[in-house]
Design a protein around this ligand. Structure first.
Ligand SMILES: [Zn+2]
Length: 450
């Protein structure tokens, strides 16, 4: 029985007082870090100066010890003078600052990193607790942190709470951070084996094949001709996000060149943008979960496009960022769900021109503008929705076919199993622009069909 380490992230709804405590806490670590770094630098400079005066080694100021333990001891001796307010924050915050510096100095000594620099106030606030009173709160809507006590969470903690109650989970540490416009706590949790590794899913038949073309306006188009639209709340959130971004851009942001501090109005507007980004991401992930679960349930072989092409082809600012995130997530979900269900997942090679190839006759176009929503084949006269055509080409990669159209392999296509990832990679390099005879197709095709 192995142990699995997993992180549970909860968004928090702190009171104003708690929020102030959070900021103070997250400033305490960097404060101790900067103080200790100043000590180390002063010590080194002193020794360098002594050396330049010709003072022999035994008479020079001794090296400062830079272990986490010694830095922390030095901090504890000095804290009453340099930070008389230190008691406002958990001791752990200062200790983690010292430990971080010790690690940074060790990395430098081992040649892995350069000399550590002073922590800036602009860095993303965060603070890690490994001892003290942290964990889940009195009910399933609260968590506990040292000093701040019980903090309301944005969502229920039941998933973790059930595991803790069943004693299959142990919380090792808690990290408080401000990210995506909100305060979050991330618990590092030790889980008793989640899945037994000896369970292998039954291998299924491979008769039901589907090609999936992920889109921006629609969530996905399947080779069966079905279009899966974005849920309405996701479209709405995306519209809100665009509006919030416009508003933030009208306010005075930070300027690195002039050192201008951002205005409070900008900060507020920007936090809202971050929160909306997070919401759009969550909603898209949720929609993708529903889609991937459905695909794995209904089909035996699923063919998708390589993330890279997809990202390059559809190149438009906001849409692009959202889509990029979506593709990676889609593939991740599909990979593990297909694995668990014994479904074959085939990823088309990045050179496979799924959009530009005719799904009817295999002829490829040299160019296809993004604005062309319909695929019109000059060779065989096929007229089809662009995304549907791409999905059909993907499905055809495995030699199986779903859909109404007669199936023909795109030229030069082969599917090779990729044992490392558990999924398979398909390669297709259609020769530019010409039509291929049946013989060419047969010759250039090496299929891996079950
Ligand atoms: Zn055609």
């Amino acid at each position: 029985m192995g142990v699995v380490i997993r992180a549970y992230l909860f968004a928090l709804d702190p009171t104003d007082g708690q929020e102030q405590q959070f900021r103070s806490h997250c400033g305490a670590g960097p404060f101790a870090y900067n103080w200790a770094l100043a000590q180390v630098k002063a010590n080194w400079n002193q020794r360098r100066a002594e050396e330049s005066y010709g003072i022999p080694e035994p008479d020079r100021t001794p090296w400062i010890t830079t272990s986490a333990y010694c830095l922390r001891k030095a901090w504890n001796r000095a804290k009453d003078d340099v930070a008389p307010w230190w008691a406002e924050n958990s001791k752990e915050a200062y200790a983690s600052g010292c430990a971080n510096l010790a690690a940074a100095l060790k990395n430098r000594r081992d040649g892995r990193a350069r000399m550590p620099r002073f922590k800036s106030k602009r860095a993303r606030p965060s603070c890690r607790f490994t001892t003290g009173a942290f964990g889940l709160g009195r009910d399933r809507r609260h968590v506990r942190l040292p000093r701040s006590g019980e903090i309301r969470t944005h969502e229920s903690t039941r998933k973790l709470a059930r595991r803790v109650e069943a004693e299959t989970a142990r919380i090792i540490s808690a990290t408080l951070s401000f990210q995506r416009g909100r305060w979050h706590v991330s618990f590092t949790v030790e889980l008793a084996d989640v899945v037994s590794p000896d369970v292998t899913p039954a291998v299924r038949g491979r008769e039901r094949v589907v090609g999936v073309d992920l889109g921006i306006t629609a969530l996905a188009t399947l080779s069966t001709g079905e279009t899966i639209t974005n849920p309405r709340h996701l479209d709405k959130a995306q519209r809100e996000l665009r509006r919030a971004q416009r508003r933030a851009s009208r306010r005075r942001g930070p300027d690195r060149r002039t050192g201008q501090e951002p205005s409070n109005r900008w900060r507020k507007a920007n936090d809202r943008v971050s929160r909306l980004h997070a919401r759009v991401g969550n909603q898209r992930r949720d929609a993708l979960h529903k889609l991937t679960t459905r695909l794995v349930g209904e089909f035996d072989t699923i063919v998708i496009e390589d993330l890279h092409v997809a990202g390059m082809v559809r190149n438009r600012r906001l849409a692009r960022r959202i889509a990029d995130a979506g593709w990676g997530e889609f593939r991740r979900q599909l990979t593990y769900k297909a694995d668990a269900a014994g479904v074959r997942l085939v990823v088309a090679d990045r050179w496979f021109a799924s959009s530009k190839t005719c799904s009817g006759c295999g002829a490829a176009k040299a160019k296809l503008a993004l604005s062309e929503r319909r695929y019109v084949c000059t060779a065989c006269g096929l007229i089809l929705d662009r995304d549907h055509n791409a999905a059909l080409n993907l499905a055809a990669l495995t030699g199986g076919g779903t859909g109404e159209l007669p199936r023909e392999q795109p030229a030069g296509t082969h599917v090779r199993p990729d044992f490392a990832s558990g999924s398979e990679t398909a390669t297709g390099r259609p020769h530019s622009g010409q039509r291929h005879s049946r013989k060419d197709v047969a010759h250039g095709t090496e299929l891996h069909v079950s």
